[in-house]
Ligand binder design. Structure first.
Ligand code: NAP
Length: 480
């Protein structure tokens, strides 16, 4: 019998029926069953969060921080199990899952430390004997809606700043991978977070999302996921003037110039395109390569890609796991077909892998298309899978123009040894996250995270910037 994971409302684990299955995309095994939350559960969770708000926001921020420190320690103690859970429910390789759980722990500790700072503002007054300053105060009850691709880090980078600022929360995790988020909530519970401060309701996004943005006590919502859902959520939330933060899709480019360190550039593009099965929001899906090295680069990327080992992420030596579920795999295979029609046969990959041990999983070969034109569908739309489109650019200016020629603006990367080009790129690339001589994916938690253009809306996440979304200022003028 698979374990049943309850929702967490008002400090209680709330069981019930029906449940839905959290399945391993590598082999179809049931990792666990989750109680399928309803709109009424969301309303109860939001009410509980509202009741918990006065005491939690009145608690000193360092004391709130101590609870986050404790939760981080609990996750650290369960590190092996929590990492394995993630590989089993999401499909990424075990080393990648370990990296993500380590990041979650670091995020909790980083924001725990923020409890001892929570910077306000102090400015000299123009008036005599007036002391003026601004304090941070929480926003109130915040809804958090998260995707499956970073099922632990993204809930953590929303939960931790929300809690340290004194907000109370309702978390709705992705149905494809809810266990990793559940483990964080379990750790917070064991760490002694007061009843109602953190609430967790799993279940169908449409019903629960609608209930969440319409829950009376809600003051803000932070969403990460697709543009389609994010934009609809924004339309609904703005009717109530909820504070909202959206982090959504991308079509991230990596520019490769002729003067780049060639082996590093190849490795960075392959890493960013295919690791985590291309299911990182910051993954490279377009490599834009200068004409002078184009043919050599295509050949080297194809050769390197063919050496990637695809399989169950729990097995040692595997580079690429499965797509997260059947629907995602079918989306990827559909885009590969469109790529075949518009851009020609892929240079490698292009098939589902279903032989032997892979038969029950959602595995797709890492796929490289070359000579892709800017107007081709696979150069324009987010695929969110192991598919790389390589485009030819005349020179740096042409490459930069192509890189920016997208409605998205999440991450962007350049591979070059020319410092002037680096600075040209840094000032002119249209994305919220830039990397130079690194993969386009792979961010840390200490600095702002988020995109521009249609990829994002609202204040940035992570680092000090996260505090801006989860807190408000109260400005005080005091005559002494
Ligand atoms: P998604 O389908 O938009 O789902 C995201 C979350 O929204 C899930 O919890 C989902 O619940 C919920 N949801 C679904 N329909 C909803 C509705 N009508 N109202 C409110 N919530 C709803 O995205 P995904 O497939 O999980 O994630 C992949 C996408 O996320 C990609 O586009 C990727 O680029 C983006 N992403 C962006 C970033 C970033 O930082 N910019 C980071 C990671 C991922 P269910 O799971 O129950 O459907």
């Amino acid at each position: 019998m698979p374990e049943i994971f309850a929702n967490y409302i008002a400090g209680d684990w709330v069981n019930g029926a029906p449940v839905f299955e959290d399945r391993n995309p590598a082999n179809g095994e049931v990792v666990g069953c989750f109680v399928k939350g309803t709109a009424r559960d969301v309303e109860a969770a939001a009410d509980a969060a509202a009741r918990a708000l006065p005491a939690w926001s009145a608690m000193s921020a360092p004391a709130r921080g101590n609870i986050l420190y404790k939760a981080a320690g609990i996750l650290d103690g369960n590190f092996a199990r929590v990492s394995a859970d993630m590989t089993r429910e999401e499909g990424k390789t075990l080393p990648e899952a370990k990296g993500e759980v380590r990041r979650t722990i670091n995020i909790l500790r980083y924001f725990a430390g923020e409890g001892s700072r929570l910077p306000g503002m102090l400015a000299p007054s123009e008036r005599d004997r007036v002391h003026m300053f601004a304090l941070r105060k929480p926003v109130g009850v915040v809804g958090l809606i998260t995707p499956w691709n970073f099922p632990s880090a993204i809930p953590a980078w929303k939960l931790a700043p929300a809690l340290i600022c004194g907000n109370t929360v309702v978390l709705k995790p992705a149905s494809a991978a809810p266990l990793s988020a559940w483990r964080i909530v379990e750790a917070l519970h064991e760490a002694g977070v007061p009843k109602g401060v953190v609430n967790f309701v799993a279940g169908p996004g449409g019903e629960l999302g609608h209930a969440l943005v319409n829950a009376g006590p809600l003051r803000a919502v932070s969403f990460t996921g697709s543009c389609q859902v994010g934009n609809a959520l924004h339309a609904e939330a703005s009717q109530r003037r909820l504070r909202i933060q959206l982090e959504m899709g991308g079509k991230n480019p990596t520019i490769v110039l002729a003067d780049a360190d060639f082996p590093t550039a190849v490795e960075n593009v392959v890493n960013a395109a295919f690791f985590s099965t291309g299911q990182k929001c910051t993954a490279t899906s377009r490599a834009i390569v200068e004409d002078a090295v184009y043919d050599r680069f295509v050949a080297a990327v194809v050769e390197r890609t063919k050496r990637l080992k695809v399989g169950d992420g729990m097995d040692p030596g595997i580079d690429i796991g499965p797509c997260v579920d059947q629907a995602q795999m079918e989306t990827v295979l559909r885009y590969i077909e469109i790529g075949r029609q518009e851009s020609g046969e892929p240079r490698c990959g292009g098939r589902r892998l279903a032989e032997g041990a892979l038969a029950k999983g959602y595995f797709v070969e890492p796929t490289v298309f070359a000579d892709v034109a800017e107007e081709h569908t696979i150069a324009r739309e987010e695929i969110f899978g192991p598919v790389l489109a390589i485009l030819r650019a005349r020179d740096f200016e042409d490459a930069l123009r192509m890189a920016n020629n997208t409605p998205f603006g999440l991450s962007s990367s350049i591979q070059t040894s020319n410092l002037s080009r680096v600075f040209e790129y840094v000032y002119r690339a249209e994305a919220g996250l830039l990397t130079v001589n690194l993969p386009s994916a792979g961010v840390e938690y200490q600095l702002p995270f988020g995109g521009s253009k249609e990829s994002s809306f609202g204040p940035k996440e992570q680092g000090q910037a996260a505090l801006e979304f989860y807190s408000d200022y109260k400005t005080v003028y005091l005559k002494y």
